[in-house]
Design a protein around this ligand. Sequence first.
Ligand code: GDP
Length: 436
Amino acid sequence: MTETKPVLAVVGRPNVGKSLMVNRIIGRREAVVQDLPGVTRDRVSYDASWNGRDFIIVDTGGWVSDADGMAARIAEQAELAIGAADAVLFVVDATVGITDEDEAVVRVLRRSGKPVVLAANKVDDQRLEAEAAAMWNLGLGEPYPVSALHGRGSGDLLDAILTALPEAPSANYEEVGGPRRVAIVGKPNVGKSSLLNKLSGQQRSVVDNASGTTVDPVDELVELGGEVYRFIDTAGLRRRVKEASGHEYYASLRTQQAIERAEVCVVVIDAAETISDQDLKILTMVEEAGKAMVIAYNKWDLTDDERRRYLEREIERDIHAFGWAPHVNISALTGRNVDKLKKAIDAALEGWETRVSTGQLNSFLGRVAAAHPHPVRSGKQPRILFGTQAQNCPPTFVLFTSGRLDPQYERFVERRLREEFGFVGSPVAVEVRARE
Ligand code: GDP
C-alpha cells in the first residue's frame, strides 16, 4: 500500500494570488503565475513539503469565471475542492478588503467543518498589516499577513498549514488494507458511466458518503470474479449534472482527485474516435501520479476493419510511451471483453507492488554495466556503484553513481529494468545520486 498524504485545497476568488501562493509553497515555478480569468491549467495538484512533512496541494486557481453568478460559481468550485481536502488555505486580498465573493466562500467553509488557514495576501510591506487585520472580520480566526510575491510571512503561514493538516488523511478517505481502489477515468462521453454500470450490474453497494456533505465522493463496492473492489468517486460518474453543465475544469479536478485516491486507474478511450490530446493528458496524469494503469479501448462495437487499422497506427504513434500498460478492447454496450478487465487490473496492481531485492537488483546492475558500460565523458567513466529499490507502488529505484549519467544511459537502464523485472501496468521511477 502507498503512504497517503494529507490534502490542502487552496481557494479564493480570482486575482487574489492563489497561483503565486501555490508556487511559494511548492517552491517551484510550475504553476501558472497569473490568476488571469481565462487561463486554464491542466495540472491542479502538486506535491509539497515543509519541515519534513509531505502533503498534496490542490490549486483551484485555474477556474475560469464569468461575470454573472460569479459568487455562486466560486462557492461551487470551492465546495468541490474543499470536499476532497483535509484542510483549506483560504486566500484573500488584503489590499481590496472583504468582498461578496469572499463571503460566499466563507459560508461554504463553515458548512464543511474543515480546518481553515486564512492568508491575507499582498501585504508587501508593514504598512499594509492593518489591512490584513481587518480580515479578522471574516470570522475565520487569525489572518496570516503574507506576500506571495516577496515571500513575506510564508514561514508562519506554512507552520499554520502544518498544524491544520492531520498527520494522516482522514481514515475513511483512504482506508489501508481494504478492497483495492480502482478509478475509471477518461474524457467525457467515452463510456465511463456505461462501463461502471456494466461492471457493477445489480450487485453494487454504495459505501460511505465520507462526512455527510453533498459533494463528498461516494465509492461503490463492486464484486468482480469473486473479489471485491472499491470503485472511487462513482458519484461523479452517476450524478453527471455537474460534469455536464459545469466547466471542463470540474472534470479535470474530479479526474485528478480520483486518480490521487486510486491504486489503479482504468483509462477509458473511445476506440471509434481519433485518439486526442485529452486522452494523452489523462494517461500522463496517471503516470505522473505513479498509479497502476489499464487502458480500455471502448465502443469496440462501433469500429470496423478500417478504423481498427487506423487505431493501431494511432496507438503506435501516441500511446507508445505507455506501452507498459495492459490494454483491453471492450464494449460497455454489448459487454464484450468487460470480464477481461479484472485480470488486467490485477496484473497492473501486481506490477505496481513488485519488490526487487537489493541482491537481485545489484546483480542485474552488474550485468548491465558489464555488457553496456557507460560511455567515457571527458576522460571519466561514470559507474553505477550500487542500487536499491526505495519503495514500491510504484517501483522506485535509487542508483548511486560515481558521476552524472547521460540521460540516454539512464533511459537505457530504465528500459532494461522493465525487461528484467516486468512491472507490467506500473510506472517506474529511477533516481540517480551522483557522488561528484
Ligand atoms: P462518460 O461520459 O464517459 O461516462 O460516457 P457515457 O457512459 O455516458 O457514454 C457516452 C455515450 O456513449 C452514451 O450515449 C453511451 O450509451 C455510449 N456508449 C458507451 N459505451 C459504448 C459502447 O461500448 N458502444 C457504443 N456503441 N456506445 C457506447
